[in-house]
Design a protein around this ligand. Sequence first.
Ligand SMILES: Cc1ncc(COP(=O)(O)O)c(C=O)c1O
Length: 917
Amino acid sequence: MSLDQDTTLPLDHLVSTMEARLDAWRVLNAACRAWAATGDETAKQAVEHQLRCLRSLEEFYAFPGRQLMGNLAELAAEGEAAGAARLSARLSTALLSKSYHSNPGEWDGDESSLDNADRLPPALDGNGGDVHRPYFEVLVVTPTPQAKWAEVSREMRRLRRRQDPFVYELVIVGSFEDAALGAVLNPAIQAVVAYDGFPFASQHDVPLLHRFLQAHVPPGAADLTGEAMTPALVRMLKNLRPELDLYLLSDRKVEEMAANPELACVRRVFYEVEEPLEIHLSILKGINERYEAPYFDNLKKYSQRPMGTFHALPVARGKSIFKSNWIRDMGEFYGLNLFLAESSATTGGLDSLLEPTGHIKTAQEKAARAFGADRAFFVTNGTSTSNKIVEQALLRPGDIVLVDRNCHKSHHYGMVLAGARPVYLEAYPMMEYSMYGGVPLRTIKKALLDLKAEGKLDRVRMLLLTNCTFDGHVYNVRRVMEECLAIKPDLIFLWDEAWFGFARFSPFFRQRTAMGAAALIKRAIAGSDYRSALEAQRREVGADPDPADVRLLDRRLVPDPDKVRVRVYQTNSTHKSMSALRQGSMILACDQDFHHIEEAFHEAIFTHTSTSPNLQIIASLDVARRQMELEGYEMVMKATQLALIIRREVNRHPLVSKYFRVLDLGEMVPADLRQTGLESLTSTDWTKAIESVWNDEFVLDPTRLTLVCGSAGFDGTAFKGLLAEKYDIQINKTSRNSILLQTNINNTRSDVAHLMKVLVDIATGIEERLAAGGEEAVAAFQGRVAALMKDVPDMPNFSRFHDHFREDPHSTTSEGDMRSAFYLAYDEASCEHVKLNSREIDRRLKNGPELVSANFVIPYPPGFPIMVPGQVITAETIEFMRKLDVKEIHGYQASLGLKLLNPKALVAQPVMRIEVA
Ligand SMILES: Cc1ncc(COP(=O)(O)O)c(C=O)c1O
């Protein structure tokens, strides 16, 4: 993903276009200024060259548009250096500030003799008064000759009315490929109007586009002609940006088109010669459906009503605050609206989160649409609670769950509560950095096949994985689900996408989200691909292969479309990657059998949801959805770009890279899980990069950056402290020798500049200290670096559950009754404490009786449980604990020692067995 500030700005930058576009304008400005200052011919040529490059790109944006760009080119051609410099500076400032959204003056070209009336969009002529009307652009795909495009734009502008809630401009293109480019390059595009009969090929030569499109269009689209092209366009656009509203215009049988299932996602089909006002109104209506945030909109209205409150929530209306002698500053700090918008009632349209029937229900339906789910549920206690809700709803006591041991602790507690029996799967370790990656698919399949061999497949209910992981490892979600469904067709998947909710709005990562992959699987079931692949599989390994057959581990397994049930859940911390208030979270479901568990689902909601949910969090979930549906694409692409910039800048800066490094794909994902062999996220081999995103077993979310700081002599915790205290930089998590930085939709290039400046500052400080301290200081520094980077304790694998918590100690599968162990520890007499460094520990490790953990022990970092209730503690775990130099270890009090289950309790006291459901 190259971010080279290439002055030629090839169109194939795709992901990097938005920032690259602004950079290209800056280059043009500088060239114009240089030309104006020197009058030099070479400087003039530089301007002309840059203009040529920019003009092809600018065809995909309404502003500055063909005419202003033409105007600029004219000035350059006529040798008007000062005029060109002025116009170029003004246009790029307008682009940067987006002032052209609301200021009609920006569309004016004072340096030309062209007719300004032609350029000025009438709707921006001030008719709208001071009311802010959001601006967007509409992509028109048409076979009409280019000479007529300006007239089409003018005609649409004439339809604008003072009362329109939004204002838009047209971007007109003439082919399928240019429509793809427009949708990819221009994030302001919100709707597409396609006239029947456009050709396929772009007039631009963009080799990457063809590769990129292969993943998004049906095979053979290039050979389609005429009306057959339209469904392919619709599918391509929906694959790229599902939020876009699509409209078709045709002079053929529009009724047939409207009934064509392939065009079901088209909002309206128009007969071409009909009233254009209908199109205009439909476009506005479509945007309004995304813009409306029913819960938030109602809450605003509610807050303005004079309300007498006789319920329990004194802060509602704010009178106890604003009239107070002592806490008035609270009101001043938060502002009146917060209190006006507070209530403990469910009347006034405020609805009930526990049983929504009004605005919350509608807001959830909109969220489901936005995130590609069948159902969405708002949760106001974070994804910690979302996870427990899903687990309680779907898991019955005794059910077996395959789960990454490295997953968030809410899952472990969720399984205790549900009485489910975990089979802990090991993610691949990254020992040098004291962290884990994801669980290889082979490991997952092996666990499933082993359970099948033991006759326990019926009891396996769920596969639970974190996608992406804290450190950014992204699964090949579709492939994992397909292969697991091939072994167990009704397996339920819970993907903890706490960090990855934003990925829905990235055309690269959407198919690697739970909902994106579920949609692809549903489509594949409906098609014929699985059937033919399944036949081939049966010919090779038989219809009911022996689970011990190793070929099942090696080949890509295909599910049986006649048996498979698509049951996929995703939880996301909306507050972690979108504009929701803290604890705002969502559960998304794509479950064909939801009706079977609907009641259990509601029970789980009742169990875990406060009866006083925070209204502001609910409203923020509604608004976060609105934002993502309207500008998520732009923001997510920008966050990705910024991450790529940081990666590139840190790793190539001569001084910074001496001490710091952002780990790249090759260091975060083992080679055998990267089938394309792509090593770097900043690779310029785009074809391979796209191939990798589609097919590799693991890829890396670029926005999660592991910055190695051990090589600068800092452990993660110390470096985190330094950044926060001295440089006002807050970061995410740490490991022994690294910190995790994250870019999100909130970041700007200034943030990146600040970070770089800080790293330069710190690196300079190290250099100075080493220079001043002489050999001794250098030796001490190297010693510290070696200790942090090389002397890293091995991370212990999950050992096993004690036999007392296993149904059959001789079983080859590892599931255990963690809940019984957990509750056994509630009986004080069944527990004992042994000091970590005591001889007794070593003695018992050698001679027994086994040390059995009474509870979860979770050190931060790394943040995964090194002990779970009922787990036999091994020498490796003890060694790891003894070497741990972190202060925060949940479940462990150094003054008391390790909390163990008393050997007597494990022998004498019968453990309550939970009946297998
Ligand atoms: C993978 C994962 N899941 C769930 C959670 C819990 O999310 P929340 O903080 O929204 O409760 C976290 C929190 O860091 C997490 O990392």
